[in-house]
Structure formats: structure tokens, C-alpha cells
Design a protein around this ligand. Sequence first.
Ligand SMILES: *Cc1c(COP(=O)(O)O)cnc(C)c1O
Length: 478
Amino acid sequence: MQYSDLSHWAARAGKWAAGYYSGLRDRPVRSKLDPGEFLRQIPLAAPEEPEPMERLFADFETMIPDAMTHWQHPRFFAYFPANAAPASILAEQLISSLACNCMLWQTSPAGTELEIRMLEWFREAVALPPGFSGLIHDSATTSTLCAVLTMRERALQWQGLAEGLSGSPRLRIYASEENHSSIDKAARLSGIGQSNLVKIATDESLAMHPAALRKAIEEDLAAGLTPAGVVVCVGGTANGAFDKVRETIEMAKEFDLYCHADAAWAGSAMLCPEFRWLWDGIENADSIVINPNKWAGVQMDCSIQFLAEPDQQASTVGMRPEYLKTHGKGGMVDFNELTIPLGRRFRALKLWFVFRAYGLAGLREMFRNHVKWIRAAELKLGAEPDIEIVTSSPLALFSFRLAPAGGDADRLTELLLQRINDDGRIYLTPSAHRGRNAIRMTAGTFSCTEEDVMSACQVIREMASSLTGAVKPSPASR
Ligand SMILES: *Cc1c(COP(=O)(O)O)cnc(C)c1O
């Protein structure tokens, strides 16, 4: 295939994409394949000679979609959807056409300058104060690793980078037990160590106990350890938990700790003023991660990190070998100095397209709808005699379990999830809360409608009664 063939094949791909989206509802959400089934269809080695594009494209059409789990399916209620608005899909096509590396200002001026402005748009849209600037990473895992590395170096007065950690004091970082595993990963990779990530218990509202946090910090200080930072949970992955952001950060600051807020999922919803109470006090954080690639219609990859003092992170992860000393005209930032990889994709273009194609009003309407419909689904399912709501988040997430009188709820819940996902009309994920099995439901795909959410309740009800019918001899009540 040559560049001159692009227009033909890009048009074919665009046509395919439109057909794919219009037919998504008819597909099972989760792939029906067994492990290895797809692998067996792929030859063991690369072809020696070029193959015609026609054949390649035909193989794509017949082999790939059926072997996928459809993340943009309107009835994908699992994990956190990685939603992709059509304008983002188009932007991603254009990014792939430019195929550029935005590592320095000089290597793609629009890449850097659009990123600067998009960060300002986003900051303004979620009402963070002007002191915050930031950048776009590939993932929240990278954003959080950068923040934890900065915590480490700040606590070591930037000695760890040159000297290594072997002779340094034992650092401690703190996070609620509701935090995402990327915090554990950052503790491990940063050399701080899993055992020095102190998990603080949460209360009934799933928030970390500020008093328990204080106690842990004071005990560590008394034991001669060195507290370095706190990761604040702003919308946990398992249960949508929120720490008491203001109280937690204020306390951490008493001990001069660096505060990183993980708002990977919930942060996008802060476009809506009515949700902002959930992160009241966020302006005191040092670092905040928000993934527009989860909920804001900007497809993977696009993870925003806001920083109160970017210099601290640049001093930690920035490198300036001779060949990179090409500082942008007018002192433009070279964004690679704030992140781990050198090469950077042109991710800002997706934000630009999504903001402009839907407007803040369009995005707010999407968040509000998802939250409203999921709240309604929770009420509806909670009213079922055999279904128990296990956790509830103020945003678009809850978990439930099947707990009929006299039944083994853990086992039945597991079976229910299996039946639901094998059925294929909807897709949900397992969770566990305080030792009890649960099923987690969230909404977030761009094409999801109220009807999709309500039909999910119907599927759950249907599958649940097929199971409870076996538990109880009396005829199913529905
Ligand atoms: C999904 C998620 C992450 C990890 O995001 P990646 O971008 O996949 O690394 C971290 N924190 C929270 C709260 C999440 O929901």
C-alpha cells in the first residue's frame, strides 16, 4: 500500500466504522471467544511477500470484530468505559495521519501549544484555580507514578535521583483502601515499596478516616520513618469512593506532605457544578489526575495531570541531554520534561475536537444523564426482593448482589454475573466489598441511552429469577 492509496482505504475504513457503530447494539458486548481460539487463526510467521490490501481488509472485517469486546457498545456497563465520541475518533484518525512526535515544542509547535490551551480549557471547565497547569500523559498510571516519584524526591531533597535509595530514610506514603492498584504499582516502581504504602481504613461513606490518617503519620514519625505524601481518592474504581478532600489535604499539609488526587474517573464529571462538592478543597492538592479517556468522550489515550508546581515534577522526571536543549522560542515548555517517555503523541487534538464538537453543555448533559440513569437503575434493582445494593456512589456507579432468603449470596452473585455476561446483551464486572461478592454497574459510553440502562435492569432481573427460581420452590414472583 502506498500513500496514494490512503484516500481509498481511509474512506473504506470510515465506511466500515459507520456501519460498525450503527450495528453495535446487535452484537454481544463481550467477545464469545475461548482463549486461544483467535490465535489459532493467525499464521505463525510474517508473510515474506506483500499481500493485497483487499485481502487484508477482508480479514480484518471477518476476523477482528467478533474477537473483540465492544467497549463502545451502548450496553457496556463494566469497568469504567473508555468512551469515544465520534469527534474524538475523527481526531484520532487525523493524529494518525500526521504521525508526529510532540516531545519538544520544536518537534510540533501546535502539539505543545494546543496542549497548553486545552489544559487551560479543561482547568477552567472543572473550576480549578489558575495556579494549576499541566500536561497530558498516556494513562493515570503514568500520572500517578510521576506524582509518587515527585513525593519521593521532595522528601529526599532530590538526592534519590543521583544517589539511589539504598542509603536513604524509609519513606511512607498513605492512601485509602479504596484507591486504585496504580497507587500500589507506583509505590513498588518508585522504590518506596509496597510495605511503605500505608492503606488507611475507610468509614461508612467509604472515605478515609482523617483521624486514622493522622494517627498513621504520627506513629510513623515516632518510629523514625519519613512520611512523603498522600494519595487522595476522588472517585475510587471499585466503589466510586470519595475521601474528604479538604480535611485530608489540610491534615497532610500540616505534616508538609505532597498530595496527589486520583480523580481518573470522577474528575471529568466536575464539568458539572453540582458534583463539585465531591472534591471540595481540591485546590489545595499538589497534583491531580483526570482521565478524559474514561468519561469525557476523548478516547484512549488521554490522561490529564494538573500540577500546582510543575517545576518539582520536572526536577524529578525531566532530563536534558545536549540534543534536547532546544528550548522553545519564548520559553515554551517541552512537555517531555514532565513525564516518563520522551516521545509524545498529539493527544491535545482529541480534546480540541471533543470540546468544540459538543461544547461544555453537551458534555455536561452526558455526565448528568449517565448519573441520573444509573441512580434510577439502582433504585429499580434495589426494590427487587432478592437484590441487595452493596455500595452506592454519588456518581454513575453502584454495586449489588443477589441475596435471596436462604440462598448462598456469594455463590449466587457469582453465578448471576456469569449468566449475565454469557448472555451478551449487557456487560458487568465483579467486585467485592468487605468480604462479600458483588456485581458492579456503571454507565459511561457515549451512545448509551436511558433505554439501554433500563433494559439492563430487565436483563439482570430475568437472569436473577432464573437463579432464584432454583433456590426457592415457590413460583417466581416476577
Ligand atoms: C482507571 C483508573 C486508574 C488507572 O487508569 P489508567 O489510565 O488505565 O492507568 C487509576 N485510578 C482510577 C481511580 C481509575 O479509575
